[in-house]
Design a protein around this ligand. Structure first.
Ligand SMILES: [Zn+2]
Length: 317
C-alpha cells in the first residue's frame, strides 16, 4: 500500500481524497470544503483538510501530498496566477505546504493532474501520447508524451483553451479575442445557443429558458437535445465543430493516440462526442492516411484532479 493525499483546488471548492496509489479505484477517503478568498486563507484551508485526511488514513500512512491548482503553476510548485482565484499571485504553495504538513508536497496544474489520473486509471490507460481536455466553464487540458506529463519549459504547457481560433472573435477573460474556450466550453455553448435564440431559429430553447433569449444556457441545449429537439441538435452540431477544430489542431501538433473529453459537458456523452468525432475527421490533417484517434468520455469524473494530484505526488517526490 502506498497512500497519497490528493487535493483539487477549484474556484469555489477544495476537494481532498486519500488514494492507495497501487490500487486503482474510488478514493478511500474524500472531503470537500469551500475555497476561501485570498492566498493565506487558501493555504490554511489546504493544511486543515490535508491534515485531517492524513490523520484519518490508517495503514502505512500517507507518504506524500499532491495538489492540483487552477492556473499557471511553475516547476517549483508556485502558483503564478489563477484566473479564478482573484488576487492570488506568486503563491509558493509547494514550499509553504510541505513546511506546514511535514510531508513532501507536489503541486501541478489541476487539469494536468486530471489528465494524469485518466492516463493512469481512466479512459487514457495504455496510451502513451494522450490528451485530456476538460470542457467546463472554460477549457482545461493536460497531455502525456511517451507516457510522461508534458510540462514545457516552465510548467505552463497545456493551456489550449487560450489558443486563438478567431482573432476577431469575442473577448476572453484573459484579455485576448477569440480564444478556443470562448467557443468550445460550457460558456461557448451558451453563447452559440443565445445567438440561435436571438436569430429566432430556436424557439424551443427560448421556451425552456422562460421566454427570454438572453437567458438561454448550455444546459437548456443539452436537455433539449436529449429529447430529440432538432434546434438543440443543430446548436450542438455547431458547438461540436468548434470542439473538433481545437482537437484537430492539437493532434496535428502532438500526434496524440487518444483524446479524452472530461468536464461537465462530457456528461452529454454521444450528443457531443458523435458530432465531434465526425467533424474531427474532416478537420485533422490527412485522416485517411493516419490511425484513427479514439475520442472517449472521461472515466474518473469530478475526482480526477484530486486522484491525479495524489498519483503525481507519489511518482515525483
Ligand atoms: Zn483567453
Amino acid at each position: 500500500m502506498a497512500l497519497a493525499c490528493g487535493l483539487d483546488l477549484g474556484g469555489t471548492k477544495l476537494l481532498g481524497v486519500v488514494v492507495d496509489t497501487e490500487r486503482p479505484g474510488p478514493p478511500l477517503l474524500e472531503e470537500r470544503v469551500p475555497t476561501p478568498r485570498g492566498g493565506d486563507a487558501i493555504v490554511e484551508a489546504i493544511v486543515d483538510l490535508a491534515g485531517r485526511l492524513c490523520d484519518q488514513a490508517d495503514g502505512d500512512g500517507v507518504t506524500a501530498v499532491g495538489l492540483g491548482a487552477p492556473g499557471l503553476v511553475d516547476r517549483s510548485g508556485t502558483l503564478r496566477m489563477g484566473p479564478n482565484l482573484p488576487g492570488v499571485v506568486d503563491l509558493g504553495l509547494a514550499e509553504l505546504l510541505s513546511k506546514r504538513l511535514g510531508l513532501p508536497v507536489v503541486v501541478d496544474n489541476d487539469a494536468t493532474s486530471a489528465a494524469w489520473a485518466e492516463h493512469e486509471w481512466g479512459a487514457a490507460r495504455g496510451h502513451d501520447h494522450s490528451m485530456t481536455v476538460s470542457l467546463g466553464t472554460g477549457i482545461g487540458a493536460g497531455f502525456t508524451v511517451k507516457g510522461h506529463v508534458l510540462r514545457g519549459a516552465n510548467g505552463f504547457a497545456g493551456e489550449p483553451g487560450h489558443m486563438i481560433v478567431n482573432p476577431t472573435g469575442p473577448l476572453c477573460p484573459c484579455g485576448k479575442r477569440g480564444c478556443w474556450e470562448r467557443y468550445a466550453s460550457g460558456s461557448g455553448l451558451g453563447r452559440l445557443a443565445r445567438e440561435a435564440a436571438h436569430a429566432g431559429v430556436a424557439p424551443t430553447l427560448v421556451e425552456r429558458a422562460g421566454g427570454e433569449p438572453e437567458d438561454v444556457r448550455g444546459e437548456h441545449v443539452t436537455d433539449a437535445a436529449r429529447e430529440g429537439d432538432p434546434a438543440a441538435e443543430e446548436v450542438l452540431g455547431r458547438f461540436s465543430w468548434w470542439v473538433a477544430l481545437g482537437l484537430a489542431n492539437l493532434v496535428n501538433i502532438l500526434d496524440s493516440d487518444v483524446i479524452v473529453i472530461a468536464g461537465g459537458l462530457a456528461e452529454a456523452g454521444d450528443l457531443i462526442l458523435g458530432p465531434t468525432r465526425a467533424a474531427y475527421r474532416d478537420l485533422v490533417l490527412a485522416a485517411d492516411h493516419r490511425p484513427e484517434v479514439p475520442i472517449h468520455a472521461a472515466e474518473l469524473g469530478e475526482h480526477a484532479g484530486a486522484i491525479g494530484a495524489g498519483l503525481l505526488a507519489v511518482a515525483r517526490h
